[in-house]
Ligand binder design. Structure first.
Ligand code: SDX
Length: 378
C-alpha cells in the first residue's frame, strides 16, 4: 500500500470516486451528473434536479409527476415530532432543532433495509418531504404559534415559503427560491457530504446520515457562513466603511465571510447566479441597502486578495436573496440543508452501492510507554 503524506484538511486527497457532481475550481465550472449548473438553474426545478442527482437520470414527465406526488403526500409531520419540537428552547439555533428532528425520524421509521430499493426510495421521499416542514414548523413554534400545515396545491418551494410566512408567495419569489434550492443541492465531497458518507459507510439508518450532515453544515466555515455574511454587512453598515473594515480584517488575519473556497479560485458560479437572482428580486420588490455594500466588498476583496484566488463563494449573495424572500437570518443554513439533503441522499445511495467503511489512518504524535503517575503525586 502506498503511504501518502499527511495533508491538513485532506486538501487534494481523493476520499472517494463519484459520478454525482463535478467542480473545476480554476474555470468556475459546476456540473450535476454532467449538466452545467447554469442549465439546471434556468431549465430544471429543484425536485427534478434532486431526482437527477439521486437516480442518475432526468425523469420523464410521468416519473417526475409520481415523485412530486409522493413528496406532497409525505410533507406532514407526525404530531409527536411536533410535540417534541414544542419542548425545544425558543432561543436554540434552528440548525440544532433540525438536526434533532432529522435524527428523531429514525425513532419513528426504525425499519432498516438498505438493500431494498423501495426502502431507499421511501427514505429519500420522506426526508425531502419533511425537512422543509420541520424548518418552517420550528420557526412558527419558537414565535409561540402553531405550525402551518403544508398545502398540497403548492409546489415544493412555494409550499415552504407559505409554511414559513403564512401567506402564499409571489410566483417570482417562489421561482427564485426554487432556483436557490437547485443551486445548493450538491457540491462534490464538501465537509457535510463527507460527514454523511462516513456515517453512511457504517450502514446506519439514513436519518442518522442526514442528522450528522446537518450538524456539519452548521459551522461558520461551511453553510453557516451565509448567516455570518449578513451580520457582517450589518456591522459594516455603509459603502464608505467597506474598505476600512476589510483592511482591518486583513491586518488582523480575520476571515472574511462568504469569500474563499478550497476548490474555487475564481468567483463561485453559484454566486454569479445568486447575484443575478438578488437583482431580479430587488427590481420587483425594492432595493436592499446591503446589496451596495456587498458589491463594494466584492470589488475591494478582488483588488486586495484576488491574486490569491479569494472571491465570493455560494454563501456571499444567498443571504441577500433569502432576506428579500422573508427568511430570517438564522434560517439561512437550515434552508441550505433543505436543498443539500438531495446531494447528501445521492451520496448516501452511491456509498451503499459500493460500500467500505471509512477508516483512515493517523500520524501519532504522542508519547509511548508513559508512566502512570498516581493521583497524589500529580
Ligand atoms: C461552503 O467545499 C464546499 O463545497 C463547501 C460549499 C458547498 O457547497 O458545500 O461550497 C459551501 O462551505 C462555502 C464556504 C463558506 N465559508 C466561508 O465563507 C468562510 C470564509 N472562508 C474561509 O474560511 C475559507 O476560504 C474556506 C473555509 C471556505 C476554505 O478553507 P481552506 O481551503 O482551508 O483555506 P484556508 O482557510 O487554509 O485559506 C488559505 C489561505 C489562507 O492564507 P494563508 O494562511 O495561506 O496566508 O487563504 C486565506 C487564508 O487566510 N483565506 C482568506 C479567506 N479564505 C481563505 N482570507 C481572508 N478571508 C477569507 N474568506
Amino acid at each position: 500500500m502506498t503511504v501518502c503524506e499527511y495533508r491538513a484538511g485532506l486538501e487534494g486527497v481523493p476520499a472517494t470516486q463519484s459520478s454525482i457532481s463535478f467542480v473545476d475550481g480554476q474555470k468556475g465550472i459546476l456540473e450535476y451528473r454532467g449538466i452545467p449548473i447554469q442549465e439546471l438553474a434556468e431549465k430544471s426545478t429543484f425536485l427534478e434536479t434532486a431526482y437527477l442527482l439521486i437516480w442518475n437520470e432526468l425523469p420523464n414527465a410521468e416519473d417526475l409527476g409520481t415523485f412530486e406526488t409522493e413528496i406532497r403526500y409525505h410533507r406532514r409531520l407526525k404530531y409527536r415530532i411536533r410535540d417534541m419540537m414544542k419542548c425545544f428552547p425558543e432561543s436554540g439555533h434552528p440548525m440544532d432543532a433540525l438536526q434533532a428532528c432529522a435524527a428523531a425520524l429514525g425513532l419513528f421509521y426504525s425499519r432498516r433495509a438498505l438493500d431494498d430499493p423501495a426502502y431507499i426510495r421511501a427514505a429519500v421521499v420522506r426526508l425531502l418531504a419533511k425537512v422543509p416542514t420541520m424548518v418552517a414548523a420550528f420557526q412558527l413554534m419558537r414565535k409561540g404559534n402553531d405550525p402551518v400545515q403544508p398545502r398540497d396545491d403548492l409546489g415544493y418551494a412555494a409550499n415552504f415559503l407559505y409554511m414559513l410566512n403564512e401567506q402564499e408567495p409571489d410566483p417570482l419569489a417562489a421561482h427564485i427560491f426554487d432556483v436557490c434550492l437547485t443551486l445548493h443541492a450538491e457540491h462534490t465531497i464538501n465537509a457535510s457530504t463527507f460527514s454523511a458518507m462516513v456515517t453512511a459507510s457504517t450502514l446506519t439508518d439514513p436519518y442518522a446520515v442526514i442528522a450528522s450532515a446537518v450538524g456539519t453544515l452548521a459551522g461558520p466555515l461551511h453553510g453557516g457562513a451565509a448567516e455570518e455574511v449578513i451580520l457582517m454587512l450589518e456591522e459594516i453598515g455603509s459603502v464608505e466603511n467597506v474598505r476600512p473594515y476589510l483592511e482591518h480584517c486583513m491586518e488582523h488575519k480575520t476571515k472574511i465571510m462568504g469569500f474563499g473556497h478550497r476548490v474555487y479560485k475564481v468567483k463561485d458560479p453559484r454566486a454569479i447566479i445568486l447575484q443575478q437572482l438578488a437583482e431580479q428580486l430587488f427590481d420587483k420588490f425594492g432595493q436592499d441597502k446591503y446589496y451596495d455594500i456587498a458589491v463594494e466588498m466584492e470589488h475591494v476583496v478582488a483588488e486586495k486578495l484576488g491574486h490569491r484566488g479569494i472571491y465570493p463563494n455560494v454563501d456571499f449573495y444567498s443571504g441577500l436573496v433569502y432576506r428579500k424572500l422573508g427568511i430570517p437570518t438564522d434560517l439561512f443554513t437550515p434552508v441550505f440543508a433543505i436543498s443539500r439533503t438531495a446531494g447528501w441522499l445521492a451520496h448516501w445511495k452511491e456509498q451503499l452501492a459500493e460500500n467500505r467503511i471509512f477508516r483512515p489512518t493517523q500520524i501519532y504524535t504522542g508519547l509511548h510507554s508513559a508512566p502512570y503517575v498516581p493521583i497524589e503525586q500529580r
